[in-house]
Design a protein around this ligand. Sequence first.
Ligand SMILES: [Fe+2]
Ligand SMILES: [Fe+2]
Length: 262
Amino acid sequence: MTPLRLLFLGDIVGRPGRRAVQALLPQLRARFQPHVVVANAENAAGGKGITPAVYEELRDLGIDVLTLGNHVYDQKDLLPAVDHLDRLVIPANLPPEAPGQRWVALDVENQTLVILNLLGRLFTGLYDNPFHTLDRLLEKIPEHAHVLVDFHAETTSEKLAFALDADGRVSAVVGTHTHVQTSDARILPRGTAYITDAGMCGGLDGVIGIRREEAIRRFRTGLPQPFTVEDRRPGVEGVFLTLGDPRHALAVEAFRMEVPAS
Ligand SMILES: [Fe+2]
Ligand SMILES: [Fe+2]
């Protein structure tokens, strides 16, 4: 069986994030030769949510599957369209009434790759328990399938506990949401690849993608402050995964690449 090579891009933040992906994805493809490219797109439209137009733009850049997070429905244009966007995955532990697909299954190199998105609950929202949701989903997913989980959560403890609980039952748990890449990419004891946070794509000189002066003013004053996205020091962050037997990863490597200053 050919090992599957997957490129995962951390949260794409606004237009600067989309432009950074556009500029750097060809180099990432040349370096890693991925079969599949997955990206978290919960901040892709102006920093909050995704629109159908932005979905099409990111698909045209060569991203195969887009995952989301707590900003899933922030753009009102998404709701009427979400069921028609076949490569978009919404968090599986949203209420059952929430429209959208709970997973995407791809046929890659005669293998099945399932991509899931789950939300953590600490400091995020009142979602269903993601540990139990994963148990239920795994009952429906064929045993021969590789399973990639984007676990979108705030705290390192919830992410690590989730990953260790899922170890050996999924191929990889990639953390998203904090937009700050962690240095703990590794294979867990039972073979699942893990990183606490993949990082982000966008202006790396902002505050998690937000224009830094605005974020600082908000923290200094405590006053309401409109946020715009940062465009200084554009770059991409993420992880490169190699999957072997189903539910077993062979390698995981974090990367960061910046758009050269012109
Ligand atoms: Fe995010
Ligand atoms: Fe988020």
